[in-house]
Design a protein around this ligand. Structure first.
Ligand code: GLU
Length: 336
């Protein structure tokens, strides 16, 4: 009896040890090269630009599974703030995050004001420029930010990077989003049909152009108009916020819109973020595959056309991950 209990105990111990070893080999850098290790990347809604960006990066790395043993899967999420929090909780290994949101998390500002600086975050590289975009319909009569008062405005979901941009811009021009407008908190994916069905008057979306969401909004029966975000009252916000810069929405992508010229607004950048828990060789593999295939990567979306290896080291406020740094050193790219 004692004998059989002992052997059962030994067997359980052996099973636990085997499970622990296989658990470690999932992400531990020391795993044998023929083993597959699974990592995920948080993006945004499927009709945004983060999602196809995640897919493009994953394809490059997954095509080299035999070499790296890395399997990168893409998750559709609420956006930058959700991705950053998922990195910090360990639910996500990589995340696409707006440069201004990365800065806020690193400095302990914005959504991290109460929690303080988030020291675990590591930057991999930056990607395409994004623009704060405010869309309305011609029939709403909204032409300026001030005209939003009393209107139904979608600010995007709480996990998005769009929402803090919208709230900060409204505040800078004297609009309290809780009192002066009827604020909605729905995802950008839902916004075009809500606008076309006259259930909202306007929506914000911080995204690269051209964007599927905005093309969908422009293709509806109600003519859309992009509202300029150029009020002089925004100067203070831009000056006090690194990674916010004045920019223009290229109107050529949206022929059906009422605007006939490029529209002034504020821009940020999409960045790829991870944490200090990510093994060096995984961050290295991702960086190397994107940078050495940059010319073919750039053909995958018009928003990437401006990318250069040097520009992809801009707008990073978290320390560079050592795996990415190894590639930048090899390629002779100087880092911030
Ligand atoms: N910048 C947006 C956000 O973080 C997401 C944009 C996209 O999905 O392309 O909320």
């Amino acid at each position: 009896m004692i004998q059989s209990r002992l052997s059962l105990f030994t067997c359980l111990l052996a099973c636990c040890a085997a499970l622990m070893i296989s658990g470690c080999s999932k992400k531990d850098g020391s795993a044998a090269s023929n083993e597959q290790r699974f990592f995920n990347v948080g993006t945004g809604s499927q009709t945004g630009v983060y999602y196809p960006t995640g897919q493009s990066i994953a394809k490059l790395v997954n095509d080299k599974q035999a070499e790296y043993g890395v399997n990168l899967s893409v998750e559709s999420t609420g956006g930058s703030v959700f991705n950053t929090n998922s990195l910090l909780s360990g639910d996500m290994d990589f995340g696409i995050v707006q440069s201004d949101i990365q800065y806020q998390a690193v400095k302990g500002e914005g959504s991290w004001k109460d929690k303080g600086p988030q020291e675990k975050l590591r930057a991999v590289f930056s990607i395409h420029p994004e623009l704060v975009t405010l869309v309305t319909t011609e029939e709403s009569g909204i032409k300026t930010l001030a005209d939003l008062k009393g209107k139904r405005v979608n600010l995007d979901s709480p996990g998005s990077g769009t929402r803090p941009n919208a709230i900060a811009i409204l505040k800078a021009v004297g609009i309290d989003y809780e009192k002066d407008i009827q604020a909605e908190s729905l995802s950008a994916k839902e916004a075009p049909s809500l606008l076309q069905d006259d259930r909202i008057d306007a929506f914000f979306f911080t995204v690269a152009h051209p964007s599927g969401v905005l093309k969908e909004a422009a293709a509806g029966g109600r003519q859309i108009r992009f509202v300029p975000i150029d009020d002089p009252a925004l100067d203070g916000l831009i000056k006090s916020s690194p990674y916010l810069a004045r920019s223009h929405i290229p109107i050529q992508f949206y022929e059906q819109a009422a605007n006939k010229e490029d529209v002034s607004t504020i821009g940020v950048k999409a960045t790829l973020l991870t944490t200090s828990d990510t093994p060096d060789e995984v961050a290295y593999a991702i960086t190397k595959e994107v940078f050495t295939n940059l010319e073919s990567f750039k053909k995958l979306h018009e928003a990437y056309s401006v990318l250069t290896p040097e520009s992809m080291l801009d707008a990073l406020s978290a320390p560079i991950h050592p795996g990415a740094k190894k590639y930048f050193d090899e390629a002779g790219l100087s880092q911030p």
